[in-house]
Ligand binder design. Structure first.
Ligand code: 6GU
Length: 244
């Protein structure tokens, strides 16, 4: 993934992008994330990036000029780019969108909105896609940019330590993840399920699938309607229902 993040708070997202798995992936050159400060493209003594809304009303609006100039500066290198505006009015980000972004040939530009909104001419003239990370309102798009970059980055090979881990986790086959245990075998009176110590890989696989289905039935039953259940899944679900 190659992307540029445009924000008025570069320091807010810099720490996350420099740390842990994402920081390593950037160091290794597996992902390329650059951050630019929109304020550097604002004019005037005070370098204001916001202004009052025409028509009145509460809050401030992101001025068009600094964002246009920031995007134009990025475009000086002549590379193709897809411009994504982060806004609660966008299409809701999910795993399928993460996979689509991971395959995108063009460099991505994430514009982090702030204030009550962004001048509509930015959307009309610059933006290819509008994306939200869920049905709640944040103070800005910075957290959304990090959420998206993180979800996309981990899909690249070499980013996670163990390549199989991204396959096994939730959403790659539909249901939620199964419960995990590590040492010790007994902790404050709570035992690790016997099957996980049995060494019987077929039984372990069956248990994990069943517990993943149980978790999904409990927390997100609507997910099970979106996926095609196999014969084993149906059998496991009826076992779970009998147990209740
Ligand atoms: Cl992308 N931005 C803001 N400000 N709030 C959000 C969001 C984005 N996605 C969900 N809520």
């Amino acid at each position: 993934m190659r992307c540029d993040v445009l924000t008025i708070f570069p320091e807010l997202i810099g720490a996350y992008l420099d740390t842990g798995i994402i920081g390593k992936a950037r160091q290794k050159g597996i992902i390329d994330v650059s951050v630019s400060n929109i304020r550097e493209f604002a004019s005037g003594k005070h370098k204001e990036t916001d202004d009052y809304p025409f028509g009145g009303g509460p809050g401030m609006v992101f001025k068009p000029e600094p964002i246009f100039k920031a995007v134009e500066k990025l475009r000086e290198d002549g590379r193709a780019r897809k411009v994504i505006l982060l806004t609660p009015q966008g299409r809701v980000f999910d795993q399928a969108m993460a996979e689509a972004f991971s395959k995108e040939e063009k460099r991505l530009v994430f514009i982090c909105g702030r204030y009550e909104g962004i001048d509509e001419r930015v959307r009309i003239s610059l933006v290819d896609e509008e994306v939200s990370i869920g049905d709640y309102v944040l103070t800005g798009g910075e957290l959304a940019a990090l959420v998206i970059i993180d979800a996309v980055a981990r899909l690249f090979s070499g980013v996670l330590g163990d390549e199989s881990s991204k396959e096994a986790e939730s959403f790659s086959w539909g249901p939620l993840d199964y419960p995990h245990y590590t040492r010790p075998r007994e902790f404050r009176g709570l035992e690790v399920p016997e099957v996980l110590i049995s060494g019987n890989h077929k039984e372990i696989e069956r248990w994990r699938r069943k517990e993943a289905l149980r978790k999904t039935l409990e927390m997100r039953p609507e997910l099970l309607e979106r996926i095609k259940l196999g014969e084993l899944d149906k059998k496991l679900i009826s076992e779970i229902e009998e147990e209740q």
